[in-house]
Write a protein that binds this ligand. Structure first.
Ligand code: 5GP
Ligand code: ZN
Length: 112
């Protein structure tokens, strides 16, 4: 079982900020911003490369839920950045698709 599937199963503790039947959001263990939440589907999808017409509904659900989580965490109005890292060059270190929701400070662009 991958590390994020273990978090979903409760085998690894996490600081949850949102949960429903399809997705889970928890605070990143190494926050890069005042708000840094990891949002994952409960279904194991390896990366953005594995998104298909059959499983993309949960990805849409994540994006529908982001504004609610942003409101709960006080970054709805100030703004935020959502990041998905895919594969080696993308900097993906956990092979369970996840979206970083970061806010509470300003980010530069282009990203380094
Ligand atoms: P990636 O680099 O794959 O896009 O992001 C993985 C993220 O997961 C990193 O920001 C890392 O800090 C976070 N992370 C890795 N293991 C754990 C863990 O056990 N608990 C929590 N809360 N975050 C984790
Ligand atoms: Zn997994």
């Amino acid at each position: 079982m991958c590390i994020f599937c273990k978090i979903i199963a409760g085998e690894i503790p996490s600081s949850k900020v949102y949960e429903d039947d399809k997705i889970l959001a928890f605070n990143d263990i190494e926050p890069q911003a005042p708000v840094h939440v990891i949002i994952i589907p409960k279904e194991h999808i390896t990366s953005a490369n594995a998104i298909t017409p059959e499983n993309s509904g949960v990805i849409a659900h994540i994006f529908e839920t982001i504004p609610k989580i942003a409101k709960d965490l006080g970054i709805f109005d100030s703004g935020y950045r959502v990041v998905n890292n895919c594969g080696a060059d993308g900097g993906q270190t956990v092979e369970h698709i996840h979206f970083h929701l970061t806010g509470g400070r300003q980010f530069g662009w282009p990203a380094g």
